[in-house]
Design a protein around this ligand. Sequence first.
Ligand code: G3P
Ligand code: MG
Length: 247
Amino acid sequence: MWPYPRIIAHRGAGRLAPENTLAAMRLAASRGLSMVEYDVALSRDEVPIVLHDRDLRRTSNGSGNADALSFAELARYDFGGWHSAAYAGEPLPTLYSIAAFTLANRMHSNIEIKPQPGREALTGRVVARIAARLWKDADAPPLLSSFSEAALSAARDAAPGLPRALLLEGPLPCDWRERMSRLGCIALHLEQARIDPDVVRAAHGKGYKIAAWTVNDAERARRLLKWGCDAVFTDAIDTLPGVLQPT
Ligand code: G3P
Ligand code: MG
């Protein structure tokens, strides 16, 4: 159940293109990346949108919270111009459009379920249900991950066949094994600075995969992969894949 590559492009193409847009996924594909991570939340009318922040200001010319607007209202905004003129006019993607692109280009997906507060179970359920449908004929399933255990638990109930990963920030909590087993997760996605050989051994000892976010330094990526990390998330899609080349 782990058909995924060792390098995963974070938010599409890191900082080289506007994060979480179709343009970012296209750039990652053109640079030879075979897996992308992106964040999925819901518009007010429960359309799965690809967006990191609840507040629209950082990555669009809109303002306010995404969950206060319908998808039709969100579609009026430009999600690329904040990055650079070359990307002005980039629309807010949906899980549907990103699925179409990644599937057509045989790229793997890590769908990070990023619910707005109070919508954890709803987002987990809607995203998992739609993903199961969109990927039903795919060679490999998308990997669902979340910091929200309520979202992961709802995703498990809605689409038990899709693999799940628990995202954690900070030190590994002492009850991580119980949480993993309760949620039926197959992988731990940990902050890269919290990973050392003992953590990798502990995860593998329980039969779990381990991935590190977000690794932009090639030397650090080399070390994490040498310790046995199964994957690293990176913004540095232009330089980091070089660590896989023999030296
Ligand atoms: O999924 C790994 C990473 O994306 C988690 O942090 O804030 O970039 O979504 P964030
Ligand atoms: Mg993310």
